[in-house]
Ligand binder design. Structure first.
Ligand code: SAM
Length: 398
């Protein structure tokens, strides 16, 4: 029996219902879920009883006892996966990505020398992720469990399991669905659950509907699917920088070169901080900080964000006019001349940024660190950023 058939048999034994879909290995995406028959919109595809989830409540008590009471669920689940030798989850374990696959795709495992090529928002996310990982590893490696395991369980093995949890958990607030209902609110970061079979759905920027009620988790078709077609869910309205750091992949971007691709990520955006902040003087930055408008500048395929407009206005109008703009006074907001000046300035700034991006692409091209696929992913991301920036230039110049 192959691993997928074994998984489906095991899942059925857990009370999991699966209709018209099955797992299959897909090029470039590990395993995914495909339709085995024509599926109509609103068809129930998967139903998992709450009892089949792996949550804080299913963590073995020796692991719980060895950690502080408020230890994060992420680390506890990682420890559970790393130490699990029981046959209970063998069918599930058999289909998770290998350590090599995880280490190759997730930037947390990449050589540090490649991190400098990540776009700034991705670098910031990675810094936070690394801090969370170190916190969890430190709790585990200083727990009474660890000394006897230290020769067999390395930090790298723990990291692999931690990243499996990172890439495969669903957000679920168990406050109301547990019986009896939990009295204490579960902290947001701890609302993580592992779900067999559901964790095989890949991501698209729009996908099937997912929902929890008191008894079960369900996935329902968002549209018609034909046999053999991949069925996906949406992990959230994530940019490609987020997907890269948290999940180890990117979707195509809505750029000139990618525009015919069906994989386009409509939620993608590009940070403009690197382009805009150097244009501002210290005093201007202070003023923007005072009004909470310093940094966080982005553009997407259609728009340049309001925060960027506030910063650009500061560079083209008097302080009084800028204040009127920030205060939303009609005359300043509708000032077409100021808007044209801001647009022209933005075009100049973006053209400079394109030159920097091209330099970064050359550096990535010359770099020999890490795996070729990692450098290709970085180059692809920067080409997407370049595409979105150039698209904006073209729109503003038109
Ligand atoms: C919840 S798992 C989905 C199942 C996974 N493909 C597997 O082989 O087990 C999330 C992982 O799947 C992969 N993935 C999900 N959506 C993808 C997509 N649209 N393109 C490429 N890889 C994707 C990424 O490796 C991600 O970390």
């Amino acid at each position: 029996m192959d691993v997928y058939t074994e998984l489906l048999r095991w899942a059925t034994d857990q009370g999991i219902q699966i209709h018209g879909i099955e797992p299959r290995r897909l090029p470039g995406r590990g395993i995914g879920i495909v339709a085995t028959q024509q599926i109509e919109p609103d068809t129930l595809l998967l139903q998992i009883p709450i009892t089949a989830l792996r949550t804080h409540d299913t963590i073995p008590s020796p692991i719980l006892q060895a950690h502080p009471k408020d230890a994060p669920v992420h680390g506890l689940l990682a420890t559970t996966l790393a130490l699990d030798t029981t046959p209970t989850y063998a069918a599930w374990n058999a289909v998770v990505p290998s350590r090599a696959e995880v280490e190759s795709t997730l930037p947390l495992c990449w050589p540090k020398s490649l991190h400098r090529f990540l776009p700034k928002p991705a670098q910031d996310l990675l810094t936070k992720q690394a801090a969370k990982f170190e916190r969890d590893w430190s709790l585990f490696s200083t727990s009474p469990l660890f000394p006897s395991l230290s020769s067999s369980l390395s930090k790298e093995t723990y990291k692999y399991n931690w990243l499996l949890v990172n890439t495969r958990t669903f957000y679920h607030d168990p406050t109301f669905s547990s019986s009896p209902p939990k009295k204490k609110k579960v902290p947001r970061d701890d609302r993580m659950v592992l779900q067999p079979v559901a964790d095989l759905f890949n991501h698209a920027d729009a996908g099937c509907a997912v929902s929890f009620d008191e008894d079960s988790f369900t996935i329902t078709a968002d549209r018609r699917y034909t046999p053999g077609e991949e069925v996906r869910i949406c992990y959230g309205r994530h940019t490609n920088d987020f997907l890269l750091v948290e999940y180890g992949f990117i979707l195509a971007s809505n750029t000139v070169s990618d525009k015919n691709d069906t994989e386009v990520n409509k939620w993608d955006e590009v940070s403009l901080d690197e382009a805009l902040l150097p244009e501002l003087s210290t005093a201007q930055k202070e003023r923007l900080a005072e009004t909470n408008f310093l940094g966080g500048y982005v553009l997407d395929a259609e728009t340049v964000c309001y925060r960027s407009q506030v910063a650009l206005r500061m560079l083209v109008v008097s302080l009084a006019r800028w204040r009127a703009f920030v205060d939303g006074e009609d005359e300043a907001v509708d000032d077409e001349e100021a808007q044209e000046k801001a647009d022209r300035l933005l075009v100049r700034i973006l053209k400079k940024y394109v030159v920097r991006i091209e330099g970064r692409l050359d550096e990535i091209d010359e770099c020999e660190d890490g795996e070729p696929s990692q450098r290709q992913m970085l180059a692809q991301r920067w080409r997407q950023i370049q595409g979105l920036v150039e698209k904006t230039i073209a729109r503003l110049e038109a």
